[in-house]
Design a binder for this molecule. Structure first.
Ligand code: C2E
Ligand code: CA
Ligand code: CA
Length: 749
């Protein structure tokens, strides 16, 4: 079912980027840093690997060259020791070992470069430089072209004396042979191992990429890859510089979209360097795999975390929304509820202009409808009712159901508010619920908000108070809170401020209104009525404070106080006059919310030792129709203690015959509106019937408010039991009623 909380502003689900975004950014930063860190680690690894590669190459070169040098040294040593006298002797002696040490041939030359080789060649004018002619060390030359074959060779040379003549021993090796030593790997492109001298001239290229002689490795690379990028040139120059300074190094460089790792190291011989160039793609499997995996993992984790965040956020929102709905939406009308009204009114009041109103609407006699049509039907009715009101209103409003059948509106309206009220009245005058047309009467209370108002509860009260002015009367359906109500509200505030003090100061006093027998017009009972003697001179009537005390519950205290005073009086009358007169006492329905209230009454009767059959508790008819209260239980309890019970104001509430039959009522008091002069004639039949019913039920009858002889005569003719009214006696002071006792003798019951 599609939800239609269109009356209440429910927030839509919205991703809360406020905290998801930072989390996302933090994760992204961490992923990036982690990725970078692992990349650096991997690079370091690769750097170490190729550096180790360089070391291996160097070790092997070192081994090979070292051995060859050593052999040359050995030869020169033995020559110097004078073992040989001729060149051929020397050649013969070492001939067998030449192959073992990978020497191509030996040659012995004099200072001018003339001499012979071990394989029978004659050498003339070989350019012998200072380095060659060295008596102390074996010199290893860089590559040069053999004078005998076309091959590239390197020469080991050391000088010596033979028969007093200065000579130099040459032992030559094919440069080609060293390639075997330099590591050959399946490096494609530029990849491979190079032996270069300190100028960068390539001595050996393991892969024969560089065909020409005398090629500088830096220039070759820069040329081949057309490097113009400053950063790359700097890296290359750095290597050039480092090599000059005999230091080693490793770097990576992008050449033609391929990444290469380069490592260079001095090999400790002749300032030669091994340069390993490794294309990253040979390492790349590792690198790519790592990149792919770590990227994948980062994305995956990010997705999961973001999903979790989004999930948490959305479910929080759903939860909040549910809470919000439970807290603010009235489930029957889908309007806001009282909470919503009170909280959202604040926002409404922020921009307070002149013409804002609080309007409260109450459906008259809704309780009867509930009984007639049932709850489901009436809930539907409330829902349609709410919708109609809401739809008919000018735009700027808050409309809520406060409780039961009471709706409240805050409205901004610049024109005559009466137009709005009239529209509401007409809109809801007939409501169609499941094809049943229901005619409704409503009461509307209006309070025009003043700028100084702040408390929504007080404002609502004013609107309620205004509405209460019309409830029950049918000539008007709305009432605007006005000056006179304002004044009576102020008066109420005064009363509330002083009631506790008044009780302590015994300002509440009782007067008694006697009840008379219709048969002999003798006094047969009395009703206690409270008066408030404020400052001794002003008397405040109950109608001015009882409703307020019922609202603020002070009536609970006051009724007990009055009851105690009555008990005192009864006890004193019993003593003074030995009278058993029955006194009735009004008990507010406010007590009924706590069924144990009667225990307090019982305690008081015990305290004054008063016979409870001399006490009659008057409960109003309206108290018996409150659905929340189990009246039968309470009334039975009262009865069980021996009190009399009367149903007061009969005819003004809506008690049913069934109810009358069920409740153990002793006395029915017919309300004075039945005997009012204006109503008497039309009500005669009705009163007649009520008397018949009462007789049938076995209850006594009292007619209240009898003011004239005509009324009294009519009542007497009806066979009714008692009359109470100004015609016989107004409510009188205690001393006055005592006169009756004296006049009528001691036992009047
Ligand atoms: P009620 O119980 O219906 O009391 C009868 C009211 O009608 C009394 O008004 C009485 O003075 C008045 N009355 C009696 N005879 C006539 C008559 O012939 N003509 C006219 N016009 N009025 C007559 P009162 O004393 O102002 O009390 C008003 C209401 O206040 C009472 O109505 C009762 O509901 C309530 N009340 C009075 N005292 C107490 C009390 O101690 N406790 C409680 N809870 N309520 C009380
Ligand atoms: Ca009464
Ligand atoms: Ca009454």
């Amino acid at each position: 079912m599609k939800e239609k909380y269109n009356y209440v502003n429910l927030k839509h689900y919205k991703l809360n980027l406020k905290w998801i975004l930072p989390i996302f950014i933090i994760i992204a930063i961490f992923s990036f840093l982690g990725f970078k860190y692992i990349k650096t680690l991997t690079y370091k690894n690769i750097y170490t690997t190729i550096s180790e590669l360089g070391d291996q190459t160097i070790t092997q070169l070192d081994l090979a060259i070292g051995e060859q040098k050593k052999f040359v040294e050995t030869m020169v040593d033995s020559i110097n020791k004078g073992y040989f006298t001729t060149e051929s002797e020397i050649f013969d002696n070492f001939a067998d070992h030449l192959e073992n040490y990978h020497f191509t041939r030996l040659a012995i030359l004099d200072k001018d470069g003339n001499g012979i080789t071990s394989d029978g060649h004659t050498v003339t004018d070989y350019p012998i430089t200072k380095e060659f002619f060295n008596f102390d060390n074996v010199y290893l030359s860089e590559n040069r072209k053999s004078t005998i074959s076309d091959d590239q060779i390197n020469i080991y040379a050391e000088a010596f004396y033979l028969n007093g003549e200065e000579k130099v021993l040459f032992a030559t090796v094919y440069t080609e042979d060293y390639k075997e030593i330099l590591l050959r790997r399946l490096y494609n492109g530029l990849g491979g191992t190079y032996l270069i001298n300190k100028e960068g001239i390539v001595l050996i290229d393991s892969f024969d990429i560089i065909k020409e002689n005398n090629i500088n490795l830096y220039d070759f690379i820069v040329d081949k890859y057309k490097i113009t990028d400053d950063k790359k040139l700097t890296k290359m120059n750095q290597m050039k510089e480092n090599i000059k300074n005999k230091s080693a190094g490793t770097f990576d460089i992008m050449l033609n979209k391929d990444l290469y790792f380069v490592n260079y190291k001095n090999i400790g011989i002749n300032d030669w360097y091994v340069v390993n160039v490794v294309p990253a793609n040979t390492m790349a499997n590792e690198l790519n795999q790592f990149t792919a995996i770590s990227l994948g993992v980062c994305i995956f984790i990010n997705c999961i975390i973001i999903s979790i965040c989004v999930y948490i956020d959305i479910s929080n929102q759903i939860k909040n929304r549910k809470l919000y709905k439970a807290a603010y939406v009235d489930p029957i009308t889908l309007l806001g509820n009282e909470n919503y009204f009170k909280e959202h009114s604040k926002i409404f009041f922020k921009s307070l202009k002149e013409n804002k109103y609080i309007i409260t609407i109450d459906i008259n006699k809704f309780k009867i409808m509930n009984n007639m049509y049932g709850y489901d039907f009436c809930n539907k009715l409330l829902s349609i009712f709410g919708e109609k009101i809401k739809k008919g209103l000018p735009k700027n409003n808050i409309t809520c159901r406060m409780y039961s059948d009471v709706f409240a509106i805050i409205l901004e309206y610049d024109k005559d508010i009466k137009q709005v009220l009239e529209k509401i009245y007409n809109d809801v005058s007939t409501i169609n619920v499941d094809n049943t047309l229901v005619n409704l009467n409503i009461s509307i209370g209006v309070y025009k908000i003043k700028k100084l108002d702040t408390d929504i509860n007080k404002m609502l009260d004013k609107s309620y108070i205004a509405r209460k002015q019309i409830k029950g009367t049918y000539d008007n359906y709305y009432y605007m809170f006005d000056k006179s109500l304002e004044n009576s509200l102020l008066e109420e505030e005064n009363i509330e401020a002083s009631m506790e003090e008044a009780l302590k100061n015994k300002e509440f006093k009782i007067i008694y209104q006697p009840k008379f027998s219709t048969k002999n017009e003798q006094i047969v009972g009395a009703e206690s009525l409270v008066r408030w003697y404020k400052n001794d001179d002003t008397v405040i009537m109950p109608s001015n404070f009882i409703p307020l005390f019922e609202k603020n519950k002070f009536i609970l205290k006051l009724d007990l106080y009055i009851f105690e005073q009555v008990c005192k009086d009864l006890a004193s009358w019993k003593q003074k006059f030995n009278t058993d007169i029955r006194v009735s006492i009004n008990v507010s329905k406010t007590h009924f919310t706590d069924e144990n209230f009667i225990d307090e009454y019982v305690k008081i009767t015990n305290k004054y030792n008063v016979d409870r059959s001399n006490l009659e508790l008057e409960i109003t008819e309206s108290a018996t129709i409150d659905e929340e209260i189990d009246v039968l239980k309470i009334v039975n309890k009262i009865k069980s203690y021996g009190f009399y019970i009367s149903l007061d104001d009969f005819g003004t509430g809506y008690s049913s015959l069934a109810m009358l039959q069920e409740l153990p009522i002793d006395v029915i008091k017919i309300d004075k509106i039945f005997v009012d002069k204006a109503n008497l004639n039309s009500n005669k039949n009705m009163i007649n019937y009520i008397v018949l019913i009462a007789k049938h039920l076995g209850t006594e009858m009292v007619v209240e408010g009898v003011e004239t002889k005509e009324q009294a005569d009519f009542i007497k003719a009806l066979n009714c039991d008692m009359i109470q009214g100004y015609y016989y006696s107004k409510p009188i002071e205690k001393e006055e009623i005592e006169k009756y006792f004296i006049k009528n003798g001691i036992n009047i019951s």
